[in-house]
Design a protein around this ligand. Structure first.
Ligand code: CP
Length: 296
């Protein structure tokens, strides 16, 4: 694997291998038995041109856990403010000594461009409404650890699908793994051309789901929160009571409490939201190790 810019086009075997490796890292981190210096002497630069808490910090820690160095770029205090272009910025970071670039940007396709400009391995940490592939992988890790097996799981992705790069990656990741997927939301947020099942009716869908995967309403990309949305699609205690006993709630974060879900649901034993965050570091370790190994 030269770069990791998307799940689209990846084969089942490759996705499964990364999930397995991430699960092994999670076990090693939990037991305190981790001895892995795969990134010894390597430098990973985090280039986040959009805000992030989970993704950036977990790439930082994943790099450090593998013995690598972290370079963190903050656009709001960088020479971007003096007019330096994106192209010149990434060439500068490469010249300083980065070996791998982790890129988040509001425009689709920027991670691929950065790879072409620098010749370095690039990990997509979210590009516009296109993909957020390490989020999808850590979600699969979370499901694998919870359910043991992925094929046949019934997952409903609920909400602002149109603006969600998380949904973009999940759709491409779940199909090859045999996960049954339904996209649930208002008509204007559902894709017009897709082979995936669609529903406008969360209440009718809930009893058939093992996983309710709620998406943040992306107001920064045009998503609008209104009373009708909240009434029809917010996961509250009443809706949660219609789920089967083992069903779970997921959300990539950050959550809008009271919009996509209520506090009771977010903080309930069904919620895997904190577990998803925990799986961010081992998942990013698996991806970073793969890039480092394939570069030798
Ligand atoms: N899920 C996710 O990408 O969160 P951050 O924006 O905090 O990185």
């Amino acid at each position: 694997m030269k770069s990791f810019t998307g799940v689209r086009g990846m084969g089942r075997g490759e996705i499964e291998r990364l999930v397995t490796e991430a699960c092994e890292y999670r076990d090693a981190l939990d037991s305190g038995d981790l001895i892995d210096r795969s990134l010894e002497g390597r430098c990973v630069a985090n280039l986040f041109f959009e805000p992030s808490t989970r993704t950036r910090l977990s790439f930082d820690l994943a790099t450090q856990r593998l013995g690598g160095h972290v370079l963190t770029f903050f656009p709001e205090t960088s020479s971007s403010l003096k007019g330096e272009s994106l192209h010149d910025t990434v060439l500068t970071v490469a010249a300083i000594g980065a070996d791998v670039l982790v890129v988040r940007h509001k425009e689709e396709g920027v991670p691929e461009k950065v790879g072409e400009w620098t010749g370095l391995p690039v990990i997509n940490a979210g590009d516009g409404t296109n993909e957020h592939p390490t989020q999808a992988l850590l979600d699969l890790v979370t499901l694998k650890r919870r359910f043991g097996s992925l094929p046949g799981l019934r997952v409903g992705i609920v909400g602002d699908i149109a603006h969600s790069r998380v949904a973009g990656s999940l759709i491409h990741a779940m199909g090859p793994l045999g996960i049954e997927l339904v996209l649930v939301g208002p008509g204007e947020w559902l894709p017009s051309e897709t082979s995936v099942a669609l529903s406008h009716d969360l209440d009718a869908t809930i009893p058939h789901l093992d996983v309710v995967y709620l998406l943040r309403v992306q107001t920064e990309r045009g998503g609008v929160i209104d009373d009708d949305y909240v009434a029809r699609f917010r996961m509250d205690a009443k809706r949660a009571s219609e789920l089967s006993e083992d069903s779970v709630i997921m959300h990539p974060g950050p959550i809008n409490r009271g919009v996509e879900l209520t506090d009771e649901v977010a903080d309930s034993p069904r919620s895997l939201i904190t577990e998803q965050v925990r799986n961010g570091v081992p998942t990013r370790m698996a991806v970073l190790r793969r890039l480092a190994a394939d570069r030798r």
